[in-house]
Structure formats: C-alpha cells, structure tokens
Design a protein around this ligand. Sequence first.
Ligand code: AHR
Length: 516
Amino acid sequence: MNTTQITLNPADTIATINPNIYGHFAEHLGRCIYDGMWVGEDAPIPNIGGFRTDIIEALRRLNPPVIRWPGGCFADDYHWQDGIGPRDQRPRRINIHWGEVVETNHVGTQEFIRFCRLVGAEPYFCGNVGSGTARELRDWVEYCNFPDSGPNGSTWAQQRTTDGSPEPFDVTYWGVGNENWGCGGNFSPEDYCTEFRRYAAFIRGFGKKLFVIACGPSGNDVEWTNRFFHKLYKDYWAFNNIDGFAAHYYCGTAGTATEYTEDEFYRLLEKGLKMEALVIQQRTAMDAWDPGRKIGLIVDEWGTWHPVEKGTNPAFLYQQNTIRDAIVAANTLDIFNRHADKLVMANIAQTINVLQAMILTEGEQMLVTPTGYVYEMYAPHQGATALRARIETPDIHFTKSNIIQTSWQNALQKGETMEGSIPLVSGSVSINGKELFLTVTNSHACEAVEATVDLLGGARIEQGIGQVLTGEIHVHNTFDDPGQVIPQEIDLTCRLDQLNLTLPPTSIAAIRVLLN
Ligand code: AHR
C-alpha cells in the first residue's frame, strides 16, 4: 500500500489563520441571490424575512466568516442607491453581465446585511469603480457606518434609520472595484492605481478602522502587481489607505462537472494546486514593495469553473459539484493555511447555485455539495495557529497513471509545478490550545494510503477523532439522493506521539487530536 509520513512539532508555528480565509462570495448572478438565498417574504418556501430558512441553517454549520457582495462583474455596474428604500419602489435595472435579466433590487444593502447577520458572517462590499463615482462609494460607507444622531445629523444615516436600521452596520471590508483589468473597466494597472488612490482617499471609517481592498491580478499576473505597486508608491510614497490586494484564480475544468476520465480528474487537481505558485509568487512580488507586510494578500474569487449544466441558462453559471471539486477546495484551503502569515482573506466562488457552490437548490429542494462539506469539516482551522508540517509523500504521475518518486516539492520552491504530476497526499495542520487539527487529502483515484503522523517536541496524544469525505471519483449529491457524499467517521490509532490512519482513495480527512 502507498504510505505517507507527516512530521510536525506543535511549537513550530507559522501564524494565526485568519478566519476570513474561509470566506464566501455571493453575486447577483444566475440563481445565487434570487431563487437562491432570497425567495421573498410571501414565498411558500419557509423563510426568515425573505431568506430561505434551510439555506440559513446549512450555511451556519459551515461557519462563514465573511461574504463578498454584490459582485463580481455585477459590482462595477451596481448603484447601491437602487437597493434602498421601499422594496416595491426600487428601480428595475438590466444585469448587463449575466444574461441581461431584470434586476429587481429586492436584495439591497439592508437585506444583504440581514442575511449576513442570520448566517453569522461579516459583509464585504465591493464598490463600483467601472461605472460609478468616488462620491457614490463614499456615500455608501456613510449610509452603512455613520451613527444616526437625529434630525440634525447625516442625511444618509437618517435614511438608514428610515429603511429600518437605526444602528450603524459597521461594515469593515470595502473593495475598490472588481477585476478592473477586465469587466470592471479594462484599466491598465497604472490607470486603475490612479482610480484606486482617488477612491480610497474619500473612504472614511467614521471612528472605525476600515479594511480597504485593491483589485489585484487576473490569476498569477505578476506584471499587474508590480506595475500597480510601482505606480502606487512612485507617485506618492506616503499612501497608506490600502489593507488588502486581491487576486482572482479560477482553475477551470477538465471534462465537465460530472463527466471526466481519470486523467481529467488528476488534471483538474493539478490546475487547482497551481494556487500555491500564485500565492508564493504574488507574496514575493508584494514583499518587494511592502517589506513590512502591512498589506495582506487576498484571493477574493477562486474555484472550479465547469461547462454549465445541460438545459440551464449559460449566463447563470450553474454547475454540479463532485468529490473532485471537494478535493480542489480542500487542497486550496490547505495551501491558504500554509501561507497564513500573508493571506488574510479568500472567497470561494460562489455560495449558492453558481460555479463551485456550497449549496444547490431546485424549487423547494436544497442540498449541500461535497465542497460545502469540506468547509464544514475545515472550520476548526479558523482562528487557530498554522503549524509547519513535513509531508513525505510520493507523487502521482498521471500521464503514466502510476506513482513515482519525483521532486514536486522542489519544483514548488521555485514557484513551479511539475506538469502531469501531483503529490499523493496534501494537507495542513493547526493548533488551538491543546487541540491539534490536521486536514489531509488522498488524491489517488483508486488506491488507499497508510498515513503516519509523528509529533516532535515531546507532545503527547490523549485522544483523536476524525471524519472523512470520500467516494468514487465522480460521486456527487443529487436532489434525489442528497446524502451520497457526507462526512463519516474515520478510524485512527493513537499512540503516545504517533497517529496512524488509512486514507481511502479520493478522500479528504479532518482529524482532531487532543494533546495532554
Ligand atoms: O464569479 C463569476 C465572475 O467571475 C465574476 O463576476 C467575475 O469577477 C469573474 O470573472
């Protein structure tokens, strides 16, 4: 049987894992918002103030720390004032990016904040640079965050009270545009930087520290990063109203969402693992401009992107989600954990019914996808301290469909990946007080792995429990059978400073170990 050796020392820490790495993204696109989370107060589907009760309950189990909204491409054509005031009087607009459908604006600022509160997440608002104004964004912050001091106070704060919320929303996270190298205005890095600086100059915290996020590159485009920061600091070295810099990386597809060969199964995992080269190369580029590491790296859109499900609107980006997507998610979250000292947020695209969703709905039915279960299983990493771990594992060389010993880790050090090759086992480890939390994937399509975990530094294991998500490489949940892929218990053998477990083929395991 294949074997893998994992060695770690609980004292060998990287950094606290920012819970926001486990963030989500919900855009006015297809059936994410309307006919997704939102059904309206009068719908026969049980809801809380218009939001589906079953979705709220399912999402709460995933513990989403932050949700990015309202886009995406939609954000740079969204005028937030369309989404306030009495719902039946809000203007109807055309969603130019996603099928030219009518946007009713029934879910606006008040509603989305309510949804965030219901699921326990912080909102992250993406402002409109492409077709908006700095004034518009500045006013949105005031509407959300300025205290209402009564008749002599701010008109925007009074409006918020009239709309139902006297208390400020205290929205911390503000994005200045989305994909401004593309759908957000087709800017050059220099031109976007000029816009970013102008917008950021007018955003005020009103007594609260805001977290201001600039648009980063498409994928691992290091040139965008270098040119943006060169412009940012060359013209005005003292500029400091930037807290985050957000890249987007979609690993795409191989085959379709549910139909793929074994080779395509591995190919998609390989494309997903390229996230690590992106993180390494982007953080290296940022370090040159920001050696004190004040600015956090963010990946505020990522995930798989398959051809849409047959018979659905191509502009709605609805796709199924198998155990393959779940392994991509798990590997990516493990990469993020391993870079906890630089990564401050990440947002998988998207929460409901769009791209690599956590939740799919059809009429009254709802299911949690294998990716959704990965988020539930990985939740204990949020806020824990990431540890360095040495994972000695062979590579899967899938063009030959066998396992060989190669130097995947060596290639990675150079910011590369080995084409046609992925590590058999990937993972990450964190510690929270006396609880060690280990997440690992076995990417082999049909072979199990015997994994041994050795603890150095005198740590002693008191007990361990674990869950595993596994199945044949195409397995997924359907509305007829929503329980085909759900976490199950996994057997562990614990000795003083060693843990042994068998990872089934195509599996993701989450292990909690209590130290004494
Ligand atoms: O997530 C779907 C789209 O992908 C977003 O609107 C856009 O930012 C990206 O290109």
